[in-house]
Design a protein around this ligand. Structure first.
Ligand SMILES: [Zn+2]
Length: 357
């Protein structure tokens, strides 16, 4: 047990509220904040994207668009640590000397925790979502979306992607019905851990733009419930070829990298899961290509987040004895989807010139 977990071991949800209150600025601690409604994020400063719900009774929060456009969530300690730029050890030191926060009786929270779903119920739900989705066919919403994001895409039709029309719920409220790409997220041992959903615009080949009555922009890309821990897994877009496999963070970057490098590529959903990707046994994979997102430097860590996670994966897999090739796009702040768009455009210009000559 860490020092911090010892300190907070017996804290009640109300004590977490009190802790949060000691650290957050008053422009964040509004009435809406305590009612679990979206408001300004104390970390990234964005409006209408941060929700404090204390749903596990540990000062829990989520920012839907925190860093590099990625959602971020955590408990009260993580929030304070990020806010103050402290390490967990520094925070432990600060909390150790003080008395536990005094509960605030005036904070009344209407949010009641949802009944937890059993793992069996989650597995059934995932199965149902997958079974109700249809395999991709040329011209469907998923194929049109992919053709728009990765122009000129040529790839085997993926059995790990399906398409469905799905209701989009937020806080128990129906936001709309969208054509939705359903992706099967598979663990190294072949079991399905979850399905990932990308809501698409019903009219044009783009991600859906979903906004609540409060003006909060909701993510088009979401995981469904996870029946199993997701670490190690990926969406298996294509079969490895001659022992060679590539991995990328996202669906679009995986396809773009495939077009640029000709390597069969899977995707891990985000950089954290890319970092934790495990090469499955029994497929004869001896060479792994890692196609990193070349994120801007995070001023807090001095590192490019996408690159840092890709490097960590490269190091681990190399230590396991595999050949690893790590690639990043040429321009900082871009991913391989951007690079493919540029390459494709230049090819188009070159093609036109050839016609003119
Ligand atoms: Zn934020």
């Amino acid at each position: 047990m860490t020092r911090l977990s010892v300190i907070v071991k017996h804290w009640t949800p109300a004590q977490w509220d009190a802790l949060i209150m000691q650290y957050l600025p008053s422009n964040v601690l509004t009435d809406k904040f305590w009612r679990g409604r979206p408001g300004p994020c104390p970390i990234c400063g964005g409006q209408d994207r941060f929700t404090y719900d204390n749903k596990r009774g540990r000062g829990d929060w989520v920012c839907r668009h925190c860093k590099d456009g990625e959602p971020m969530a955590g408990d009260g300690l993580e929030l304070i640590r990020r806010l103050r730029g402290m390490s967990f050890a520094e925070l432990a030191k600060e909390l150790e000397g003080t008395r536990p926060p005094c509960p605030l009786p005036q904070v009344a929270r209407p949010v009641t925790p949802k009944a937890a779903m059993s793992d069996e119920a989650k597995a059934k739900r995932i199965q149902r979502v997958w079974a109700n989705a249809a395999p991709l066919v040329p011209g469907d919403a998923a194929m049109r979306y992919l053709a728009a994001r990765v122009p000129g895409l040529v790839a085997p039709r993926p059995s790990a992607l399906r398409i469905a029309t799905m209701d989009y719920y937020h806080d128990g409220e129906l936001m709309g019905r969208y054509p939705t790409i359903v992706a099967q997220f598979t663990l190294p041992d072949g079991r399905t851990a979850t399905v990932h959903r990308t809501a698409l615009d019903p009219a044009k080949p783009a991600k859906a733009y979903i906004v609540t009555a409060d003006g909060e922009i909701l993510p088009a890309k979401r995981n469904d419930v996870s029946a199993l821990p997701t670490a190690g897994g990926a969406v298996r877009l294509m079969s490895p070829r001659d022992g060679v496999l590539g991995v990328a963070e996202g669906l679009e970057t995986a396809y773009a990298a495939h077009m640029l490098f000709g390597v069969p590529t899977w995707y891990c959903l985000n950089r954290v899961l890319l970092n934790r990707f495990v090469v499955p046994q029994g497929m004869g994979i001896h060479t792994l290509y890692i196609f990193a997102d070349f994120d801007e430097i995070d001023p807090k860590t001095g590192k490019s987040p996408g690159m840092a996670d890709a490097l960590a994966l490269a190091k681990r897999v190399r230590n396991e004895g595999l050949t690893v090739h790590l690639h990043r796009p040429m321009v900082r702040g871009t991913d391989f989807c951007d690079q493919w768009l540029t390459a494709n455009r230049l090819q188009g210009i070159a093609g036109q010139r050839a016609v003119c000559a």
